[in-house]
Write a protein that binds this ligand. Structure first.
Ligand code: NDP
Length: 290
């Protein structure tokens, strides 16, 4: 029963979305990318620049954003600028969305990708720091809701798209990342509910939830490579797949596809089996020494 069911679900997943992406689809579109100073966000900015979009990039580190914007202009962006600040600050989402409104008078795509970090304990056993969980909720979840709420009038006008970058840790519990995992589960709950409401209310704004596995960004490799087994997937390809999924208005992206789809499926049909293989991926000895 398991193999045909798996095959059927994967076939449905891959063939239910329109498959014909072309780079011209995004030419001239106005796009906000959060967390664009490094990692997957930086790579998304470069792909979007090659596709000749207008870009507004954001993160905290101004020096890095300046360099990314320069590179985007070299790569062919229709325009590119940045605004620096922290999403831990509840008033920052308004500053970013206002900037788009003032510069462009509209918005076609909102890519929510930034994440804050789990404080001094980092990737480790939960240390009981409730204040840190609250802070991470603000950065990784509440700011996504605020950005969406503020940008929605412009997105409704353009029949635009919202792209939310999440993780396998937002579909299945993940040891040593309890707070992070909680923020990613919250994204799924909120945005999957909002998607229903958009359909019922005839709001033509797509929501694409991106469920990512282990990707070779500097921060992820630094945080987990000594503890997790397996080779991370390339950030450049991951970034392109996210953009394609957003442009095609796909409901969910699973990347790398087979790993993530298998985890999501097992979570539904054999959660205890998934739990035991999940735990076997981690080298706890290394964690305790780190
Ligand atoms: P990076 O650490 O490389 O990038 C994170 C970005 O967020 C940076 O631009 C950073 O810039 C910005 N950022 C950090 N803190 C804040 C803050 N308080 N306010 C605003 N911006 C902030 O992460 P990745 O590229 O690896 O991850 C990108 C997305 O992919 C995240 O949503 C992550 O959860 C998801 N993901 C990644 C995986 C991986 O293995 N890499 C696996 C699963 C999901 P600055 O420090 O300048 O503010």
């Amino acid at each position: 029963i398991f193999i045909p069911l798996l095959g059927g679900l994967l076939a449905f997943y891959f063939y239910s979305a329109p498959q014909s992406f072309n780079e011209g689809m995004l030419r001239g579109k106005r796009v906000i990318v959060t967390g664009a100073s490094s990692g997957i966000g930086e790579q998304m900015a470069y792909h979007l620049a090659r596709m000749e979009t207008h870009l507004l990039l954001t993160a905290r580190t101004e020096a890095k954003l300046q360099k990314v914007v320069e590179r985007c202009l070299e790569l062919g962006a229709a325009s590119a600028h940045y605004i620096s600040g922290s999403m831990e600050n509840p008033s920052f989402p308004e500053v970013v969305v206002k900037e788009a409104e003032t510069s462009w008078g509209g918005l076609d795509m909102l890519i929510l990708n930034h994440i804050g970090y789990s404080g001094s304990s980092g990737f480790n056993f939960f240390d009981g720091n409730v204040g840190q969980v609250r802070k991470l909720m603000e950065t990784n979840f509440i700011s996504y809701v605020a950005m969406t709420t503020l940008a929605l009038p412009m997105l409704k006008e353009s029949d635009g798209s919202i792209v939310v970058v999440s993780s396998m840790a937002g579909k299945a519990g993940s040891p040593f990342a309890a707070s992070y995992s909680a923020t990613k589960f919250a994204l799924d709950g909120f945005f999957s509910s909002l998607r229903h409401e958009f359909v019922m209310d005839k709001v033509n704004v797509s929501i694409t939830l991106c469920i990512l596995g282990y990707i070779n960004t500097e921060s992820a490799v630094r945080a987990v490579s000594h503890v997790i087994q397996g080779t991370p997937a390339p950030k450049e390809e991951c970034a392109l797949e996210i953009i394609k999924a957003g442009a095609l208005r796909q409901r969910e992206l699973h990347y790398p596809p087979w790993v993530v789809s298998a985890v999501v499926l097992l979570r539904g049909i054999a959660p205890e089996f998934l739990d035991s293989i999940t735990r076997s991926w981690y080298n706890v000895e290394n964690l305790r020494r780190s």
